[in-house]
Ligand binder design. Structure first.
Ligand code: XMP
Length: 510
């Protein structure tokens, strides 16, 4: 299988670069740019390397540099933004702050004839975000693109197949970014598109079947997409030697726990031990209204329940987790050890006795995990669900959590989701849910005065959850949701729509 290495120099679009490459069915791996030894790169068998962007200046002593020997490995390189400057610097070029100051945003780009720009018109637009730029080309390089402010918007050394672009081909604002990346991956590196999920499933199942002969594995099932897919994949490999502990903390959405259990435990036959721990969690959360304290209590209690179940099941050698690639990269563990410290299951303590940890999805992005899930037969609506925070509805109830409030919120949330899903209005929303505020207000029903809670509806559009825009959903959807919530749920008298973006707000209210 052909592979591309993405060397990470700290830019904000690094995961996006790897995703773009994988979307072309070529496997892309991310490793830290400043610390990965050259031997590891040599042994990796990569067909090409991409240097990512980053916030630094190459002359800054603290800036990450890779071994210059990488230029002589005979592997094609594409440097992007900081990666472009670093490539120039390592090859002996000069970098300096741009004459007209920083260049940021959509910019007109003019390209010359080059294999990298095959199919890219002479004039198009690109996305720029830089302060420094290449001012002295290294020997053997030539300029192959410019903008009004940046004389060297791209460069290449065709003989050594080294390319650099000052702009960001991985973001959609660069009109022909996809073409440029495809040219690099297929025409310059000569990759074949062979990375498909069927192969991933088959090879993983095969591998765990061989490696886990006679072993018992415990998996903490949160009810979310990642741990569900990991469970079904491992079940296919080792059958009933996989024990899934589903800690239902009572903070799930309406019917969610039952649906997960039915879907995985039913036809798919996964061995599920569901622990109805609602009382335990509510007891611990009694009187607590501070968001971080809620999170901490839930995390700790999760561990306690899990430990109790582990003890009951007894004799398990391995712990399985639904860690996915962004978790691995974001926690700075970009090397591919299969056994590592626990970091994903509600922060399980290090002293929990296991021979090792299994993370079958640690090389996959979320979209890929969903694809694997569907191929494994998990119902589409379950696999395509919007993300749901680990602490569940606890961070969507402002103030103290009670059973009564949970019931109100579950119903309101279900109605809002149903109304937004109707006729596909939720298609562009990455997350949409209801929040139970701590505010009560006066209403009127029939001729009587009512006094009940205010529910806030939240719907956001985002790709990465780092920033988000509030969704412009149609008024009539809001009206239907509001009218149903206040009519059908006794105890809610008012509905408001949250029109705050992130930043300054966050997606969740707590
Ligand atoms: P915020 O509220 O930080 O949310 O804008 C960004 C994304 O993260 C999710 N989120 C969490 N997920 N545990 C989780 O597993 C948490 O404590 C948590 N807090 C927020 C949130 O739902 C959104 O998708």
């Amino acid at each position: 299988m052909d592979k591309i290495l993405v060397l990470d120099f700290g830019g904000q679009y690094n995961l996006l670069i790897a995703r773009r490459v994988r979307a072309m069915h070529v496997y892309a791996e991310i490793l830290p740019g400043g610390t990965t030894p050259i031997e590891k790169i040599k042994e990796g068998g990569y067909r090409g390397v991409i240097f990512t962007g980053g916030p630094n200046s190459v002359y800054d002593p603290a800036s990450p540099h890779c071994d210059p020997a990488i230029l002589s490995l005979g592997i094609p390189i594409l440097g992007i933004c900081y990666g472009h400057q670093l490539l120039a610097y390592l090859a002996g070029g000069r970098i300096s702050p741009a004459g007209g100051g920083s260049e940021y945003g959509k910019t007109d780009l003019y390209v010359d004839d080059s294999e990298l720009f095959d199919g890219v018109p002479e004039a198009s637009s690109c996305f720029m975000s830089h302060t420094d730029q290449v001012v002295g080309l290294p020997d053997g390089f030539m300029t192959i693109a410019h903008t009004d402010n940046c004389p060297c918007a791209a460069m290449c050394d065709g003989r050594r197949e080294l390319y650099g672009v000052q702009f960001h081909p991985e973001v959609t604002h660069t009109a022909y970014g996809g073409t440029i990346l495809r040219n690099f991956v297929f025409n310059i590196c000569g990759c074949h598109a062979g990375w498909v999920m069927d192969d991933f499933i088959e090879s993983s199942v095969d591998r765990y079947r061989r490696e886990l002969v006679g072993k018992r594995v415990l998996l903490a099932l949160s009810g979310g997409v990642d741990s569900s897919v990991a469970a079904v994949l491992l079940h296919r490999a080792i059958g009933n030697r996989l024990f899934c502990v589903f800690v239902d903390h009572g903070l799930l959405r309406k019917d969610e726990g039952d649906r997960v259990q039915r879907a995985l435990g039913g036809k798919l036959g996964v061995n599920i031990f569901r622990v109805n721990a609602e009382e335990r969690f509510l007891d611990k959360l009694k009187g607590v209204d501070e968001p971080e304290k809620k999170r901490k209590i839930i995390g700790e209690e999760f561990v306690r329940v899990f430990e109790d179940e582990k003890r009951k099941i007894g004799n398990v050698e391995y712990l399985a987790q639904g860690t996915i690639y962004p978790d691995v990269v974001e926690s700075g563990k970009g090397d591919s050890a299969t056994i590592k410290s626990h970091h994903n299951v509600g922060g399980l303590p290090k002293d929990m006795e296991f021979e090792g940890v299994i993370e079958p999805l640690r090389d996959l992005f979320k979209d890929e995990v969903r694809e694997v899930g569907e191929k494994l037969g998990i119902p589409r609506d379950l696999v395509r669900r919007q993300p749901f925070p680990g602490p569940g509805l606890a961070v969507r109830i402002i103030g103290e959590i009670t059973k009564e409030k949970l019931e109100l919120l579950r119903e309101a949330d279900a109605i809002f989701r149903e109304e937004l899903d109707r006729e596909g209005h939720s298609a562009g929303c990455a997350q949409y849910f209801a929040v139970l505020t701590d505010t009560r207000s006066v209403g009127v029903m029939g001729d009587a005065r009512t006094y009940g809670y205010t529910v806030a509806l939240r719907a956001v559009e985002t790709d990465d959850f780092m920033t988000a825009a509030w969704a412009r959903i149609p008024y009539d959807v809001l009206e239907r949701a509001s009218s149903r919530i206040t009519n059908e749920i006794k105890g809610i008298t008012r509905v408001v729509y949250d029109i705050t973006s992130k930043p300054p707000a966050t997606v969740e209210w707590e």
